[in-house]
Design a protein around this ligand. Sequence first.
Ligand code: Y12
Ligand code: CO
Length: 178
Amino acid sequence: MILDIVEYPDKRLREKSKEIENFDAALHTLLDDMYETMIQESGIGLAAIQVAKPIRALIINLPDEEGNQDKENLLEMINPVITNKEGETFYQEGCLSVPTFYEDIKRFEKVSVHYQDRFGNTKTLEADELLAIAIQHEMDHLDGILFIDKLSYARRKKFEKEYKKYQREKKQKQKKSA
Ligand code: Y12
Ligand code: CO
């Protein structure tokens, strides 16, 4: 099932998501629905709070070298914790909850993460490059942090102005199609 994506400035995006204790059918259905929603919206990563579920779950599905987003490469992380971080890198990030806006954001170059899979099995992962960036971006969502929070004051001001334009245009389109 395709779920609605919560968009900035919705306050729900600021919630701190809760630890998951039950690795049950309801969690599996949510993860499956998140995957369908992310693919439908051309995303590569999604946190549960972006579909209004304040629980510590995220998914990431990076495209391979040919640009294919193979479900075999889908990463599901439950209750992730970063145990090591090193280096510094910049990447132009975007977010399904902040449509039309992309900006260079500073992140750790490499991260080690402890997490659980959908069955509650404990896993560890060492990530670098785009995967490390995606993990940091999605894990920020679990604590109510958005990539736009990392912009300079001037860039944030510019973003707010640009985003208001997007919101106005979206409203107009919705009015026309009603
Ligand atoms: C690197 C940087 C950021 C992430 C987090 C995951 N971000 C996304 O998946 C963002 C996807 C996105 C897709 C959009 O749709 C299209 O481009 C068709 C989009 O749409 C518009 O801006 C209109 C915005 C964001 C992981 C790794
Ligand atoms: Co995001």
